[in-house]
Design a protein around this ligand. Structure first.
Ligand code: ADP
Ligand code: MG
Length: 307
C-alpha cells in the first residue's frame, strides 16, 4: 500500500502535556481523508508537524514515502497546506498574494494563478485588496493559494469554518474536483462530522490526542448502517432460534431484553413467525438505521471500538 502520509507513534508534548499521543495515521494516495475530532483534540498540532512547522517530541512522519526531516524542502513543495486561518498580506490584492506565493515557492507557471482563481470562483474579485475579503472569501483564497502550485497532497485544517451553506457546497464540490480530476490526495480536518462525511473516503477520529479509529466510509456504510431490533424477555431463547433455525449469526444482544440483527435481509414477518412458533414472546421488532452521528459519538465517548 502506498501512503501519502504515514505517521509512526507520532507524539507532541507541550510542557510535558501530550497534545498528540502515539498517533499512527495512514493516508492513502488518491483518497480524501476526513480528520474528525472535537476542539482541542490535536488535529492542528498533528498537521503542523506534518507541514514541518513544529517538531515531534517522539515518533516519525513519512510523506510521499520519505521520512520528514529538517531538510525536507522538496517534499514540502509537493504539498499545499492551510493550517488554521490563512494569513495574507492584507493590503495587497488577492492576485498579488498568489503571485508572491508562487515566487516564494519557486513556481513559475503564468496560467497557474488564473486557473486557481477560476477553480475557487474568485476570478472577478482577484484585484481587490484582501482586507476587503470576508472570512469565507479568505478561506477560498487560502484554498486557491494552496492549489496554485499543483500539489499532490493538500492538507486543509478546518477549511469549512466560517463558510455559509452556499460556500460549503462550493468548496465541497471543489474538493471533489481536485480529488477526482486532478488526482490530489486531501487531508481535511473538522470538528463537525456533517462537514466531511459526504466527501471523505476514510475517516480518522481523534480525541485527547489519540487516534481512536481509522475507518473507510464504505465499510461503515456496509457494516452497521441498518439493523433489525427485537425486544423480548427471552433473549437467550431468541438468540438460539436465530442461530439454529434461521442461520443468522451477525447479531448482538444489547442489555438483556434486546437483540440487534445486522446485515440480514430476512423479512420481519418470517422472523416473527419463526420466533413465535418456537414460543419466544416478542414485544416488538423494528428496522432501524444507525446514524453516522451515533456511530462517531460512540467512538468519541467510548474511547474507541476495535476495527
Ligand atoms: P485542535 O486543532 O484539534 O482543536 P490543537 O492541536 O490545536 O487541537 O490542540 C491540542 C491541544 O494542544 C490543546 O489542548 C491545546 O491547548 C494544546 N496546544 C496546542 N498548541 C500548543 C502550544 N503551542 N503550546 C501549548 N499547548 C498547545
Ligand atoms: Mg485546530
Amino acid at each position: 500500500m502506498s501512503y501519502i502520509l504515514k505517521t509512526v507513534n507520532l507524539t507532541k508534548a507541550f510542557k510535558g502535556r501530550e497534545a498528540v499521543s502515539s498517533v499512527n495515521i495512514h493516508i492513502k494516495k488518491g483518497e480524501i481523508y476526513g480528520f474528525l475530532g472535537p476542539n482541542g483534540s490535536g488535529k492542528t498540532t498533528l498537521m503542523r508537524m506534518a507541514a514541518n512547522l513544529i517538531k515531534p517530541t517522539e515518533g516519525e512522519i513519512e510523506i510521499f514515502g520519505d521520512k520528514l526531516t529538517d531538510k525536507s524542502y522538496e517534499v514540502l513543495k509537493r504539498m499545499g497546506t492551510i493550517i488554521e486561518t490563512p494569513v495574507f498580506y492584507e493590503k495587497l490584492t488577492a492576485r498579488e498574494n498568489l503571485e508572491l506565493h508562487c515566487e516564494y515557492m519557486g513556481y513559475y507557471d503564468k496560467g497557474a494563478v488564473d486557473k486557481a482563481f477560476e477553480l475557487v470562483n474568485l476570478k472577478d474579485i482577484e484585484k481587490k485588496p484582501v482586507k476587503e475579503f470576508s472570512l469565507g472569501m479568505k478561506q477560498r483564497l487560502g484554498i486557491a493559494r494552496a492549489i496554485t502550485t499543483k500539489p499532490e497532497f493538500l492538507m486543509l485544517d478546518e477549511p469549512i469554518n466560517g463558510l455559509d451553506p452556499i460556500g460549503i457546497r462550493e468548496v465541497r464540490n471543489l474538493f471533489k474536483i481536485l480529488n477526482k480530476e486532478y488526482g490530489i490526495t486531501l487531508l481535511i480536518s473538522s470538528h463537525i462530522l456533517g462537514e466531511i462525511e459526504q466527501i471523505a473516503d476514510t475517516i480518522g477520529v481523534i480525541n485527547n490526542g489519540r487516534l481512536l479509529k481509522q475507518v473507510s466510509m464504505e465499510s461503515i456504510r456496509e457494516e452497521d448502517s441498518e439493523y433489525l431490533e427485537i425486544t423480548t424477555n427471552n433473549c437467550k431463547g431468541a438468540a438460539y432460534v436465530l442461530e439454529n433455525d434461521l442461520g443468522i449469526t451477525n447479531f448482538r444482544v444489547i442489555e438483556n431484553n434486546c437483540i440487534r440483527i445486522y446485515g440480514s435481509s430476512i423479512p420481519q414477518s418470517e422472523l416473527s413467525k419463526t420466533l413465535i412458533l418456537k414460543d419466544i414472546a416478542i414485544d416488538s421488532i423494528n428496522r432501524k438505521d444507525v446514524s453516522l452521528e451515533d456511530y462517531f459519538m460512540k467512538i468519541l465517548n467510548g474511547g474507541g471500538i476495535s476495527a
